[in-house]
Design a protein around this ligand. Structure first.
Ligand SMILES: [Zn+2]
Length: 207
């Protein structure tokens, strides 16, 4: 019996050292500690399955760490008709979490680029937003990461990203400002250098 336990322990230790991550049991135990710390009893009926549920929810909230935006953007199409105008995907809804409070950030992103030779499937732009959203974030960093990933992978003439979001760490706690939102932008290439291009993009952003 003790040798079986010992073997399971070894497997668990090996898994941890392989991935550098705590395993599910550690995470559930941490959530039980948090529930106890709030003053409630993690063993009572209504809460007994909560740590496992929260762990699964966190797997979904933070699924973006296992995904590489460069891989998502790698599959491109050659432009055969010489299209070199602005491509804009508007109002991409996302849910993220702030890295200061783990509180939700709920918002929309407008992502634009002017290609130089190759375009990417439009759903891929939404996927890149999602990958960065499903990590611990600050909005300014997320805005830059999305623009930089498109710039580095597609090498277009320019990229523009605007994000507008409400931060639950401001709306449901702290200063309690439910009606505020934060707008951030990053303009690269011709979106930064050419005022007309930037204006054309801004005119398509209904925020
Ligand atoms: Zn926060």
């Amino acid at each position: 019996m003790s040798s079986i336990v010992c073997t399971l322990e070894n497997v668990r230790v090996l898994k941890r050292s392989e991935t550098g991550k705590p395993d599910r049991a550690d995470v559930e135990s941490a959530f039980r500690t948090i529930i106890r710390w709030t003053g409630d009893d993690p063993e009572r009926d209504g809460l007994v399955d909560t740590p496992a549920r929260v762990a699964r929810a966190f797997e979904e909230y933070f699924a973006g760490y296992d995904q590489d935006p460069a891989l998502i953007l790698q599959k491109t199409f050659e432009i055969i008709e010489g299209y070199d105008e602005m491509i804009v995907l508007r109002g991409i809804r996302f849910e993220s979490h702030c890295e200061h409070h783990l509180a939700p950030i709920i918002g929309r992103a407008w992502v634009a680029y002017i290609p130089s030779g190759r375009v990417v499937g439009i759903s891929k732009l939404a996927r890149v937003v999602e990958v960065y959203a499903k990590r611990l974030q600050i909005q300014e960093k997320m805005t830059a990461q999305i623009a930089d990933a498109i710039e580095e992978t597609l090498n277009p003439q320019g990229v523009g990203v605007i994000i507008k979001a409400t931060h639950h760490c401001m709306s449901t706690r702290g200063v309690h400002q439910p009606d505020t939102d934060l707008v951030t932008s990053r303009m690269l290439g011709c979106f930064r250098d050419n005022a007309l291009t930037r204006q054309e993009f801004l005119a398509m952003v209904d925020c």
